[in-house]
Design a protein around this ligand. Structure first.
Ligand code: ADP
Ligand code: NA
Length: 329
């Protein structure tokens, strides 16, 4: 059975994008010690995080994952900084990856913004750490959103270069698992940008903790156009905001986008938005309630993470020890 690894940054409350693009797809992949889901706090500090907030957000993210159906008894759920192997292997990968490869990463350009010189060096080498996260477990299946595709290609380039340079067959090929109509949920304010929990300039995102009123307000305010909805999703090519909302409704109801459109073709967005709000509230409110219940006992969440770290280290340490021997340490 191939080993699964995926991660999420504790850089804010998880969004509908994280849920539909990633977390939801993790739930059916739980298979004991062969599935690892990680709250990646080392990645989060590539941009400034208040220390007390970081600890709280890490616990909140773990609670969110459990509330979404990630069961610490059926997989390994843990926090990245608790397992040393990630940082150790990342250093080796910093020396394997080429600067030219990192220069091509679009996420660095997006996140660093205009003043690239002022971005942290960590933000720049982030993809090397991500490669280490996966390769430290010899994981081969990585369920992620579409935005991570380029980073996974880099992780394979790193694994291949390591194998080639040291004359070994050590790191396996990684298969990205990018699934579904909502593999990239876009911002509700700008259909050309992805919805992200870690973009402070955009508050239009739907958080898993939003209540019914907040969801309804955000959907009502979501940018749309004046055209009626068409009959087929192919007609939405040049209408990213409309296509995004149709994709979200399709994803939460489990219907095909064209089936969603059949009910709304020829009409404007008023009624559509009401249906969408209701579907989102029905889908997300049990998750928010479960998160609140779990966070009422923070010690239990922390204990689950500690146990997960123990199990994760037992897998990663022998692999990273072997990688160090290959390097000559
Ligand atoms: P964010 O950018 O929201 O801080 P992360 O970098 O922590 O998210 O990514 C966690 C997971 O969520 C990754 O698998 C990523 O591909 C997925 N993801 C993030 N944003 C979206 C989105 N807008 N649509 C679909 N998947 C997403
Ligand atoms: Na991201």
């Amino acid at each position: 059975m191939p080993r699964v690894f995926s991660g999420i940054q504790p850089s804010g409350v998880p969004t509908l994008g994280n849920y539909l693009g990633a977390i939801r797809n993790w739930v059916p992949m739980q298979n004991g010690d062969e599935s690892l889901f990680c709250v990646v706090d080392l990645h989060a500090i590539t941009v400034w995080q208040d220390p007390r907030e970081l600890a709280r957000q890490t616990r909140e993210m773990a609670a969110a994952l459990i509330a979404c159906g990630i069961d610490p008894k059926r997989c390994i759920l843990f926090c990245q900084s608790h397992v040393r192997a990630h940082a150790e292997l990342a250093w080796i990968f910093n020396c394997v990856a080429r600067i030219g490869w990192l220069n091509r990463m679009t996420q660095f350009k997006d996140k660093a913004g205009k003043d690239r010189e002022a971005a942290s060096a960590g933000l720049y080498v982030y993809p090397n750490l991500m490669a280490a996260d996966i390769h430290a477990y010899h994981a081969t299946q990585v369920p992620v959103g579409d935005d991570q595709k380029q980073h996974l290609e880099l992780a394979n380039d790193i694994g291949e270069k390591f194998n080639h340079d040291y004359g070994v067959e050590f790191f396996p090929h990684i298969d990205p698992l990018i699934q579904g109509v909502a593999a990239r949920v876009m911002s509700l304010r700008d259909g050309t940008k992805k919805m992200s929990k870690s973009d402070p300039s955009d508050q239009s995102r739907i958080n898993l903790t939003d209540d019914a009123d907040a969801i309804a307000l955000k959907i009502r305010r979501a940018k749309t156009d004046a055209e009626p909805l068409p009959e087929m999703v192919t007609a939405l090519e040049a209408r990213p905001e409309a296509r995004n909302l149709v994709g979200i409704l399709a994803a939460v109801t489990g219907a095909a986008p064209d089936a969603v459109l059949r009910d709304h073709a020829g009409k404007g967005f008023g009624a559509f938005k009401e249906v969408l709000s209701e579907a989102l509230v029905a889908h997300l409110s049990p998750i928010a309630a479960e998160m609140r219940r779990l966070l009422a006992d923070p010690g239990a969440v922390d204990a689950a993470l500690a146990e997960g770290a123990h199990k994760a280290a037992a897998i990663a340490e022998p692999i990273v020890t072997r990688a160090k021997e290959i390097v000559g340490f």
